[in-house]
Design a protein around this ligand. Structure first.
Ligand code: HEM
Ligand code: HEM
Length: 472
């Protein structure tokens, strides 16, 4: 090599020096064999742990659900920012701006489709992640507070969906938000004020849209970023995920550790790529519905809430609104928040369904919830209308306190019966109650989405040939 060439090697060009100022190890790394790979690894290891227990890599522990939720949120942030370039948050322009997006903007419809389907899939994925965390007992110490953060994230995801629902300003969105606003009125003392604060007036209109838009595109994304950072930090602080084990297997044996790169990162990348490919294909095949422009003078029949709120709307058909939209949801949220802080005899962290007995009891609870909820709905619809059953009593007692009391007594009776029958521990019975109530709610939701037709009467879409009214 000539002296001139050697001098050139020692004095790299301008761009190399600029690169070096960003990544000081860059020049050296690039000269070494596998330099790029090492550099990439050090970058990744700022975000991910150096090693992880091999057993936590089993797909059947997490099903990749937490990671999928993160990917969907990133997709939503990306596509949401793109939508902002075209979308106009005013009642007289919003719907037209979406038509313009569909017709005149290259890939405009596709971007909206990805945003729409990712948002709906996110609700399902987060719900499944919440179930997996519960059923693997991953809320026991040191993960108690991460359960609370997780529930707050769930709330933010639902509110993000709900605020986004109004933005296309079509019939579905206008009337869904109108009936959800109406539900708020039943909250005692603060209900009417709360409705006004959220809608920006007594009816859905310009103010509502401007508030929902600000929440949807600024406040909620910021809150999601902050809480997700806390969530992941708590996972790291708990030294990674709960270690999966068989019932009866010792808890203090984390097993072998393996390097996160490539063992963990490769799996995460595969799950992310498959999910993105699936969303892309789905969004190419199916357009996000738009329907007609909102018409405040003409309500569709039936008027349904967004699908993730249909469980509450179905509950409203059977219980007094005070119980359906306030007492039952608030009690449920308080119970969910308290789950990690209840007294348990054993730490079942890492054991699916707490034990083999827990699994059997959960199965019985799902079966009972299915039968009781279904029979209850059919009886209320066809045999006796609770409201006309006890005509002398105020509605809040006849369709509120009495059925609620009967429900509580039924749940308490089931609890005592199962505890005795199975000689179960507290862990197993709490899990059983959780699945009993949850399965009941899921069935209410499914009935509301698929089996309620005009006038909110029960319909059998597969028998009558009609399709259920849209909730998405
Ligand atoms: C936006 C929503 C959420 C995101 C993006 C998210 C993300 C994640 C990720 C990536 C993990 C690590 C691995 C995994 O399980 O996949 C995780 C773990 C965890 N998440 Fe979530 N999560 C969310 C909602 C929730 C909810 C609703 C709960 C429960 C109420 C929850 C409770 C937990 C707990 C306790 C862990 C630790 C699990 C363990 O140690 O095995 N998260 N989350
Ligand atoms: C967890 C995060 C998010 C969720 C769950 C979500 C959900 C939704 C939903 C369900 C819609 C209605 C889609 C439709 O037209 O059918 C929507 C619309 C919209 N979102 Fe989001 N979104 C999220 C994040 C964002 C972000 C971060 C932005 C921008 C910064 C954004 C901007 C928009 C805009 C401009 C629209 C109106 C356009 C349209 O309706 O297609 N979104 N969002």
């Amino acid at each position: 090599m000539s002296k001139k060439q050697e001098a050139k090697e020692d004095q790299p060009n301008f761009f190399y020096r600029f690169g070096h100022s960003i990544f000081p190890g860059l020049l050296q790394s690039l000269k070494e064999p596998e330099g790029y790979r090492k550099l990439f690894n050090t970058l990744i290891l700022h975000f991910r742990p150096r090693t992880v227990p091999e057993r936590t890599l089993r797909f059947t522990l997490t099903w990749g659900l937490g990671g999928m939720a993160l990917i969907l949120i990133l997709l939503l942030f990306g596509t949401g920012l793109m939508l902002k370039f075209v979308y106009q948050p005013f009642p007289d322009k919003a719907y037209e701006s979406i038509l313009h997006l569909h017709e005149d903007i290259l890939f405009g419809q596709l971007i909206r489709n990805i945003h729409h389907w990712s948002a709906n899939l996110l609700v399902i994925v987060v719900f499944l992640h919440f179930l997996r965390v519960f059923f693997t007992g991953a809320f026991h110490p040191p993960r108690q507070f991460n359960w609370v953060i997780g529930l707050s994230l769930f709330f933010l995801v639902i509110i993000s969906n709900f605020t986004g629902y109004l933005l296309p300003w079509n019939q579905l969105s206008f009337w869904a938000i109108t009936i959800c606003g109406g539900m708020l009125e039943y909250i005692p003392v603060i209900g009417i004020g709360l409705k006004k604060a959220i809608l920006g007036g007594s009816e859905v209109g310009r103010e509502t849209m401007s508030r929902f838009y600000a929440f949807h595109t600024a406040i909620l994304p910021a809150a999601l970023i902050i809480l997700m950072s806390l969530h992941f930090w708590r996972v790291r602080k708990a030294r990674g995920l709960v270690i999966p084990r068989r019932p009866g297997e010792n808890k203090d044996n984390p097993g072998e550790s393996v390097p996160a790169m490539p063992d963990l990162i490769l799996r995460e990348t595969v799950v992310a790529l498959i999910l993105i490919a699936f969303i892309m294909l789905f969004s190419i095949a199916f357009d996000a519905p738009l329907g007609d422009k909102a018409n405040p003078g003409l309500s569709p029949n039936p008027t349904k809430a967004p699908w993730y709120f249909m469980g509450f709307q179905e509950m409203l058909m059977h219980f007094h609104p005070l119980f359906a939209v306030f007492i039952i949801p608030v009690t449920t949220v308080l119970l969910l928040l308290s789950i990690p802080y209840l007294k348990y005899q054993v730490d079942t962290g890492g054991v699916w369904f707490a034990s083999s007995k827990g699994r059997r009891m959960a199965g019985v609870a799902v079966f009972v919830a299915f039968i009781v909820t279904l029979v209850g709905i059919l009886l209320d619809e066809y045999i006796f209308q609770l409201s006309s059953w006890m005509p002398g009593l105020p509605a809040s007692i006849a369709t509120g306190l009495i059925p609620f009391g009967v429900l509580l007594a039924g749940v308490a009776g089931f609890y005592v019966l199962m505890k005795r029958r199975y000689a179960a521990t507290g862990n197993e019975t709490i899990q059983m109650l959780f699945i009993l109530l949850l399965a009941g709610f899921v069935i209410l939701t499914l009935i509301g989405i698929w089996f309620r037709g005009p006038g909110m009467k029960l319909m059998w879409p597969w028998v009558t040939g009609g399709s259920p009214p849209a909730t998405m």
